[in-house]
Design a protein around this ligand. Structure first.
Ligand code: NI
Length: 431
């Protein structure tokens, strides 16, 4: 299949942040074949997409989320993380079935596609059902089974979650034409004993899997770590050898200067979740300092229960605003830097050098944004517009792997009515 995006105002998200006016981009099968001056014979049989008054850019990569938590959206709000998680979220999650997780994932995927996200990095449970939703919908994702246990071991060979995690990885990593990537996810240091984290880490190393973990999200986590282990959460994971594997650490709100050095030394990616951190009053991560260190930073919404949406344009906006305000410095985290966190940096975090940029040979994960809107005119600087004035709902097309999954309000691979019907049924049962 071939598509020709005609006359696109293209924000490439390459190193130089090139913005190309009125150019054509040719997609063939799952890849970007050419951009700029394309020979007419190359475009033969291509479906033309008129991009007048639209911005073409790489699809956004949601760097940390729990998509099935859409089921718990607007259910438990305005409380601290410990109460929210242990008194409301975990008990509600205990009632979920695999079916529920499938439909919750589908709801989240619809929201993500309609707001420009083409890939997400997730940790949850009933992962076979999540993977099925990713496979059915056509979106791209890194998926991992979140694991919690405070057992001391030493033998975790019979541990149910860890065995599920390994089975899931072996079954799904690289599946759905490579759209599904697997990872191992010890939930956090306050829900996993050191021995359990070590066992997960060793298993991940054995199978060559990367790690996805929550790190230093709240002051309570930070202080408990100092009390229980005599070191910061980051140093704790460093000493357990977790960071010797390719790691995405979500939040890192309370990390100190020494932690930043450790994370940099081990090339850990930090997933910044400004919306969730503000809503749960966890604090504001020291992202400008982290950026100065050269650490790779990606952007995530976290679950829809602590945000309460999966709109990455909101997150880009927040990431580019809160550090300016918190540090009284308007030069911090400019629009381009915030956009990189939501695109090309996500590709790097996944070890994928073919995601997050519009460039020949890269994956055709693309979005079109309608800028013929009152709130985005005049369009002096498209990069500024993307960070400061455009809304997720301005997205009018989402393509993953060269396949259009969403266009002008219509989902091509998902039966919207069926998803909404099932969500209502699930909520009637659980709440
Ligand atoms: Ni999270």
């Amino acid at each position: 299949m071939k598509y020709l995006f005609k006359n696109a105002l293209t924000v490439t998200m390459d190193q130089e942040m090139k913005v190309l006016k009125n150019i054509d981009v040719l997609v063939e099968n799952d890849r970007i074949k050419a951009l700029g001056s394309i020979k007419p014979e190359e475009c033969e049989n291509a479906v033309e997409i008129d991009c007048t008054k639209k911005i073409l850019m790489p699809g956004l990569i949601n760097g940390h989320t729990h998509v099935p938590m859409t089921l718990l959206r607007n259910y438990a709000d305005d409380m601290n993380l410990q109460t929210w998680l242990f008194d409301y979220i975990f008990p509600a999650e205990d009632k979920l079935t695999g079916e529920d997780v499938y439909w919750g994932t589908m709801l989240g995927i619809m929201e993500m596609l309609a707001t420009g996200t083409t890939c997400f990095i997730d940790m949850y449970f009933y992962m076979d059902h999540m993977a099925k939703a990713v496979e059915d919908s056509g979106i791209r994702a890194q998926l991992s089974r979140g694991m919690t246990s405070n057992e001391k071991g030493p033998d975790f060979s019979q541990n149910k979650s860890l065995n599920e995690c390994i089975d899931f990885y072996l079954k799904w990593n690289g599946a759905a034409d490579g759209r599904i990537m697997g990872a191992f996810a010890p939930h956090a240091i306050y829900t996993c004993s050191p021995e359990y984290i070590r066992a997960i880490r060793d298993a991940a190393e054995k199978y060559g899997a990367p790690i996805h973990i929550h790190l230093d999200e709240t002051r309570v986590e930070h202080q408990d770590s100092l009390k229980n282990f005599g070191k910061t959460p980051a140093k704790h994971l460093y000493d357990l050898g977790v960071f010797d594997l390719k790691t995405i650490a979500a939040h890192c709100v309370w990390i100190d200067d020494e932690d930043i050095e450790l994370l940099k030394e081990k090339d850990v990616t930090i997933a910044h979740n400004p919306g969730s951190n503000l809503k749960l009053a966890s604090g504001i991560a020291p992202i400008p300092k982290v950026m100065d260190s050269g650490i790779n930073i990606i952007l995530g919404t976290d679950g829809a229960s602590s945000n309460n949406n999966l709109d990455m344009f909101e997150e880009i906006n927040l990431a580019s605003l809160i550090h300016k305000g918190a540090n009284l410095d308007p030069l911090l985290i400019n629009a381009g830097e915030a956009l990189k966190m939501a695109t090309v940096n996500g590709g790097k975090a996944l070890g994928r050098e073919d995601l997050g940029v519009i460039k020949e040979g890269f994956k055709a994960d693309l979005i079109l944004i309608d800028v013929d809107k009152v709130h985005s005119k005049p369009l002096h600087n498209p990069v500024s517009a993307l960070a400061y004035s455009i809304k997720g709902s301005d997205v009018c097309l989402a393509m993953v792997d060269g396949r259009i999954l969403y266009e002008n309000g219509e989902f091509k691979t998902i039966d919207k009515e069926k998803v909404l019907y099932n969500i209502e049924k699930i909520c009637d049962r659980i709440f």
